[in-house]
Ligand binder design. Structure first.
Ligand code: SF4
Length: 359
């Protein structure tokens, strides 16, 4: 029997609705959530393909020996992690969460860290600092007279890109700033500005006369927290609204709860810990193998089959987002609930259950 359940797309922070189609309890496809106000009946390919993460994923809790995963069971793995935690001082534990965790999971993990006594907890924010200022809404984007897009919004956040297209049809001017030679956004921009190493500050400064209170600055890519401060300065100086957009669905929720760490801060955590718990993140997306290897005992909570899993000591697959409920906060700051839309096919613990067990 076919069944359709509403959920929230896990592939970026725009927060589109997505329908999960199951047949006899097995997920077989996706379909745009037609009445959802954010995506207005559409999903991009990244969103439509979100369920492909089921394919070739890690199914069983495993110990890792010589880069090979050896399947085990929840009980043995939880005991092994507890033994590690019992053998170290509280400040020798570090936890790296991610924007792929739900708000409820992050709250549970923070409580665990507090009770254990470790203050070494944060998430990798892709160079965005914690940002608590007002953000532009998608309606602001639609109604803007000038949009400054920093990064390739059309490619990485297509349903927000669609708002920009509609805004352009409404008469808005699109300026695109990026360090690449050409991108989908640049090809559709009225003005494309490419910057090279060391030029970002000057390019930002030169834009101040083009923006005003009817402008929106959208940014999904920056090289450093200092660069974000320049963008924030431009936004304040011109009275333009600002919308930081992230590649993970709940980066904003993570940012509201945890320190957003950059590469050096993450490396520092790793160098100064004996046990490192990483929850739904792939450290090799932003660190090198040398930054990780042989430094601490790594507990990798993730279903992703990748090189980072091979470099970990324990891999504990959690539940997929369709197998659990919770909330994601999108880049606009909107907190959206989602419920279980597919039954878990194995006995994997949810992230909350894992930290309940470890506590
Ligand atoms: S724009 Fe982002 S949230 Fe929307 S469908 Fe695409 S990947 Fe999912």
């Amino acid at each position: 029997m076919l069944d359709i359940k509403h959920t929230i797309c896990p592939s970026c922070s725009v927060g589109c609705g997505l329908n999960i189609v199951s047949k006899d309890g097995v997920v077989v496809g996706t379909y745009p959530y037609k009445r959802h106000p954010i995506n207005e009946g559409k999903n991009c390919l990244n969103g439509r393909n979100s369920i492909l993460q089921f394919e070739d994923s890690i199914k069983k809790p495993s110990f890792v020996k010589n880069n090979e995963l050896e399947e085990s069971d929840n009980e043995s793995i939880i005991k092994a992690i507890k033994d590690q935690l019992d053998s170290i001082d509280a400040n020798e534990l570090a936890i790296i969460c991610s924007g792929n965790n739900t708000n409820e999971e992050i709250d549970r993990i923070i409580k665990f860290a507090e009770e254990y006594g470790s203050e070494k907890i944060g998430f990798y924010g892709y160079n965005f600092p914690n940002f608590f200022g007002d953000v532009a809404s998608y309606d602001d984007v639609y109604n803007a007279s000038t949009i400054l897009a920093i990064g390739d919004i059309y490619r990485d956040n297509p349903l927000l890109g669609r708002r920009i297209v509609l805004s352009k049809e409404n008469g808005a001017k699109l300026i695109n700033l990026d360090d690449v030679e050409k991108s989908i956004t640049s090809l559709n921009a009225d003005e494309f500005i490419q910057f090279k190493d060391g030029e970002f500050a000057d390019k930002i400064d030169a834009l101040k006369d083009q923006l005003d209170e009817n402008s929106v600055i959208i940014v999904n890519k920056i090289d450093s927290k200092e660069d974000f401060a320049l963008i924030e300065g431009l936004s304040k100086g011109a009275n333009a609204k600002l919308l930081p957009v992230f590649n993970a669905p709940n980066s904003k929720g993570a940012m509201n709860r945890l320190n957003s760490l950059d590469n050096d801060e993450i490396k520092d955590l790793i160098d100064n810990s004996k046990v490192l718990i990483v929850v739904k993140d792939n450290l090799l997306d932003y660190l090198s193998e040398d930054d990780i290897k042989g430094k601490s005992f790594i507990v990798n909570i993730s279903n992703e089959k990748n090189r980072f899993a091979e470099l970990s000591d324990i891999v504990l697959p959690g539940k997929f987002w369709v197998e659990k409920s919770g909330t994601f906060t999108n880049c606009e700051g909107l907190e959206q609930n989602f419920s279980i839309s597919a039954e878990c096919e194995n006995d994997n613990l949810s992230e909350i259950e894992m930290f309940d067990e470890l506590a």
